[in-house]
Design a protein around this ligand. Structure first.
Ligand SMILES: [Zn+2]
Length: 138
């Protein structure tokens, strides 16, 4: 009997959500990009990372607190956001009006790899979670 050939590793389907949760994009951050409200600060953080990955500028702008919102998002064409690690969360649940999420966001740029470490602050604005600012970034 012939030995079974091992199945090749499943290729990364493009529909997988960039935020790293094991779910198709459309059922994960794609829902929020399509207009559904993110229920927690972490969900908003993940969806904003995914929005950077898929370059959804309107979503990034409307989930940015108006006091800090830039006029436009400059996507660096040579940079690709590849992976998100949530390191810590504080408050930011359905029962809070503010929250913090510490994360490391990985990217590739010009053949090299890098990462951004940040603790972001989120608040509810007109009922919906928005990104306020970064407490620290390195
Ligand atoms: Zn996602």
């Amino acid at each position: 009997m012939a030995r079974r050939t091992p199945r090749p590793a499943r290729p990364q389907a493009p529909k997988d959500c960039p935020c790293g949760l094991p779910a198709p994009y459309a059922e994960c951050c794609g829902r929020y990009h399509a207009g559904q409200a993110a229920p927690t600060a972490e969900a908003l953080m993940r969806s904003r990372f995914s929005a950077f990955a898929v370059q959804d500028e309107p979503y990034l702008l409307r989930t940015w607190h108006p006091d800090h919102r830039p006029a436009a998002v400059d996507f660096d064409p040579g940079m690709r956001w590849t992976r998100l690690e949530i390191l810590d969360t504080k408050d930011g649940s359905a029962f809070h009006t503010a929250g913090e999420v510490a994360f490391r966001a990985h990217y590739t740029e010009g053949g090299g790899e890098g990462s951004l470490h940040e603790r972001s602050r989120f608040v509810r604005y007109e009922g919906a979670w928005v990104y306020l600012d970064a407490v620290f970034t390195e």
